[in-house]
Design a protein around this ligand. Structure first.
Ligand code: GLU
Length: 504
């Protein structure tokens, strides 16, 4: 019998959620759903110096927005909790002590100052096999001395006793065979002076206790793998070790290194899933959501950063991704981030989804721009009319806002040079005719307009653009009679009247 697939996303809640983090969530989620498994959210908050208020809640909100909800975790609960590492302190201590008693780890009493001195004295100093015998730890001090120090409450850390002469290896699901020479790995701290585990100990203990079968994480964690492999071995859990996949990095647009928050600021695009307000200084780093991305598009574009299904297909729904996703098709090399392409995905998704699906978000975007929508039926019609012209949800402000508010200004350069009394007269008559109309449908409006144009001996091109500019302010928007019909008779007449004054 094979074990049920159990994967985890294990963020440290220290700030905004980078798109690379969301892609890690996505690949975990897709893999779990594809194999009928569980997706677990574990909060790795054992580094108390990096605690950031609100960061955990923010991560949960990002996952909710993306629709990548955990089956188990801090909020969803589950039988392997607690899912917040700071609440599991005693569990880790027990295993750290076990490792010490078996000689696989040791107490180190060196003060930060002593270690500083060593670093100054020895170039490229590493606390490991080469120097551990010159330092103050339970490998160099007598048993009595160690007991005395512990009894006196001397601060200590527990370090792994890394062998110096082994080669350890594993098969990464993306990268294949990977091996490490333990000689090059230092004696990482497992338990800190405050009694909290480090990431290295906690990740291994929790992946074991939570019965994780597959662990996918960013490539930046690959250098930590030898420590983790050794811990799985030292704790006697080798047979239960999850299969690892280290996901390729998301690179800067020019391919030169990992995409960072600073690149986003420099190049004017978001790198976080949602806006993140740093509680220490209030500084807001923009997110894809607030920038006007649909979660479906965000998920889709992240899936394509490093994966494809082997065909030219680029637009995938989450259900299709679940069906088609496989780690074999994840690239080995990093994926360059291209914001123009990201926007293309969003435009495609805005076209693809129904107006109903966009309604609430569009109403919210309009409302943040002081445009309140009273008639949501009308909003649906408007969305249908303009959605193919919108790349970002925020584009609905310029593409749909004029249905609710008359233009604040006009593109006069496009009208004035050719404006004359004849055209003005035409519009006065057009108003009179409009007043007489019962129904205010686009087809009738167009017929009326064209008839009047012919009667007046004008050309349609002479008055069509001015009418558009009267209604929306500029040379944009869908069919002009659709706009007039939707804004209604009274408003159309009033906009023409106002514009006639401005065009004089
Ligand atoms: N806590 C680590 C992080 O913040 C998790 C790495 C892992 O998944 O093992 O990314």
């Amino acid at each position: 019998m094979t074990n049920k697939v159990r994967v985890r996303f294990a963020p440290s809640p220290t700030g905004g959620l980078h798109l690379g983090g969301v892609r890690t969530v996505l690949f975990n989620y897709l893999f779990a759903k594809k194999h009928g498994g569980d997706f677990i959210l574990r909060i790795e908050d054992t580094d108390q110096t990096r605690f950031v208020p609100g960061a955990e809640e923010y991560i949960l909100n990002c996952l909710k927005w993306c629709g990548l909800n955990p089956d188990e975790g801090t909020e969803a609960g589950g039988e392997y909790g607690p899912y917040r590492q700071s609440e599991r302190k005693d569990i880790y201590k027990k295993f750290a002590d076990q490792l010490v008693s078996e000689g696989k780890a040791y107490y180190a009493f060196d003060t930060p100052e002593e270690l500083e001195e060593k670093r100054a004295e020895i170039p490229n100093f590493q606390y490991g096999h080469a120097f551990r015998h010159q330092l103050r730890n339970s490998l160099t001090l007598s048993k009595d001395e160690v007991h005395r120090l512990l009894d006196e409450g001397t601060p200590y850390v527990i370090r792994i006793n890394m062998p110096s002469d082994e080669t350890i290896s594993f098969t990464d699901l993306i990268r294949g065979f990977v091996s490490f020479d333990t000689m090059l790995v230092d004696d990482k701290v497992l338990l800190k002076a405050d009694g909290m585990p480090t990431y290295h100990l906690a990740v291994v203990v929790d992946d074991f206790l939570m019965k994780i079968t597959h662990a996918f994480r960013g490539e930046e964690w690959l250098p930590s793998a030898p420590v983790h492999l050794m811990l799985w071995k030292f704790l006697g859990w080798e047979d239960a070790m999850p299969q690892w996949a280290h996901l390729p990095l998301i690179l800067k647009p020019d391919g030169n290194g990992k995409l960072s928050k600073r690149d986003g600021a420099r190049l004017g695009f978001p790198v976080y899933a949602m806006n993140w307000a740093d509680p220490s200084n209030g500084e807001v780093t923009p997110g894809f959501r607030e920038m006007g991305f649909l979660p479906e598009a965000f998920i889709n574009l992240l899936a394509m950063l490093g994966w494809n299904d082997g065909t030219d297909q680029e637009i995938f729904s989450i259900d299709e991704l679940i069906e088609k996703f496989s780690l074999e098709r994840v690239n080995h090399s990093g994926a360059k981030f291209d914001f123009e392409k990201a926007k293309w995905f969003n435009a495609e998704w805005i076209k693809k989804v129904k107006a109903e699906h966009l309604r609430d978000e569009v109403a919210r975007v309009l409302s943040t721009n002081n445009i309140e929508v009273a008639d949501s039926g009308k909003l649906l019609q408007i969305i249908d009319l303009v959605k193919d012209r919108c790349t970002l949800l925020t584009d609905f402000v310029s593409q749909a806002g004029y249905f609710f508010q008359g233009p604040a200004s006009y593109d006069l350069d496009a009208v004035k040079p050719k404006w004359n009394d004849q055209k003005e007269g035409f519009f006065f008559e057009f108003i009179t005719e409009l007043e007489k109309l019962e129904a205010f449908e686009a087809v009738e409006l167009e017929a009326l307009f064209k008839k009047l144009v012919a009667d007046k001996g004008l050309k349609i091109g002479d008055v069509m653009l001015p009418l558009r500019i009267m209604l929306v302010g500029g040379k944009f928007g869908p069919a002009v009679f659709d706009i007039a019909s939707l804004v209604g008779k009274e408003e159309t007449v009033s906009r023409i009247q106002k514009a006639l004054v401005a065009f004089k």
